[in-house]
Design a protein around this ligand. Structure first.
Ligand code: ZN
Length: 169
């Protein structure tokens, strides 16, 4: 159905915002728009050949819909990764967790005024979201995301102590 090695394309309903942000951090393409109702979101997902991730039981039997059973984002993430068989370690940090835009490696000088001085001084590689411009760098995110991912995949509910990726500056 999808290309080997490509991450699947999803749409997520508004109750799955945290799951959506995590999936994006791990490289999945996840459309979300809180202003759309369930029917509009399903229509949009189908038009864009996305699998709709939902907690809405009424949609459970619809085609192109995956009903997410877990109540917390870690079990939800584990469920989705297992079901859709993508390798988050290969694709993590290729997509903006905030807006779903693609990340591009950016020139270090171009971000100088946009990141804290200690970050600029200590980091060699920066990436910017091509849609919203949010800057990502190597030290804050991968180690912590990796720990959280390890915890999620190993079924450790305590996780890596990362509360919410989108709360990061
Ligand atoms: Zn963005």
């Amino acid at each position: 159905m999808r290309k080997l090695g490509a991450s699947p394309r999803f749409a997520a309903d508004r109750t799955l915002g945290r799951l959506a942000r995590w999936l994006r951090l791990l490289g999945a393409d996840v459309f979300g728009d809180p202003s759309l109702n369930a029917a509009q979101l399903l229509y949009r997902a189908r038009a864009e050949q996305r699998i709709l991730l939902t907690r809405d039981k009424r949609l459970r039997t619809a085609s192109d819909v995956y009903y997410v059973a877990g109540n917390d984002f870690r079990s939800q993430l584990r469920e989705v990764i297992a079901r859709f068989d993508f390798d988050p370690r290969a694709t993590m940090l290729t997509r903006c967790s905030r807006c779903n835009g693609a990340l591009r490696i950016t020139d270090r000088d171009a971000v100088r005024m946009r990141v804290p001085p200690f970050v600029y001084a200590s980091q060699d590689t920066f990436a910017a979201c091509e849609r919203c411009g949010h800057i990502y760098w190597n030290a804050t995110h991968p180690g912590r995301i990796q720990r959280e991912l390890d915890a999620v995949l190993s079924g450790d509910r305590r996780g890596g102590g990362l509360a919410d990726p989108s709360a990061e500056g």
